[in-house]
Design a protein around this ligand. Sequence first.
Ligand code: ZN
Ligand code: ZN
Length: 236
Amino acid sequence: MNVQIIGDGNITNKNFNASFLINNNILVDSPPGVLKKLKSLDVNIDNITIIIITHLHGDHFFDLPFIILHEYSKKRTKPLFIIGPKELKKDLSKLIKLAFKNRLNKYLSKLNITFIDSANIQNHEVEEGVFLSSVRVNHGNLKNCYGFLLKKDNKSLSFTGDTEMCPGLTYLLKRSSHCIIDVNNSGNHLKLEQLENLIKEFPINYIPIHYPENLENKLSGLSNIKLIKSGEQFYL
Ligand SMILES: [Zn+2]
Ligand SMILES: [Zn+2]
């Protein structure tokens, strides 16, 4: 498996928002501006067959209307699967109405898009031999936030979405060799100190995202941490 980090920052800092691309075809989260960011990284949008939205905060899905508009204008025929919380289609339709004064159905009538509730993703074969499962995580009072586990042969990658310390997070860490982890260090997110304790308990490879710029030095000094910047890839 390969993972290209599209953004490792959060919405209020200069680094692009948390988003990444797995095996060149699974996009995780679509923060504001991600379509332009993908294009600037020469990512072929046509190759993206699955978009996973971890949860319905604006910094994770507000560019979805523009991705859909892009595919509509390109007359895409290839199927696109959008995996997210069960409220995603309703929220997306509101966004499209606000953004373009149009109905989502206008785009869905021409595009081959299937929405899948993250809750139903358990050992779902997303490409040959690659299996995806979801797990609920806690993120303040927002319902239906998910982390995910991706398995291929003996390789296992997890990603947390935005999360606090919770059973879903430790479930993922127990089952993966690499974890792309929210370290926003404030509010309803994982704190640096909690990450340090997790590294001791689960000494796997951690790829922090969604972190503030001022955390970069501290993170780079920790064991088991790989800082992967926007546009860079890692392999497992
Ligand atoms: Zn969030
Ligand atoms: Zn966020």
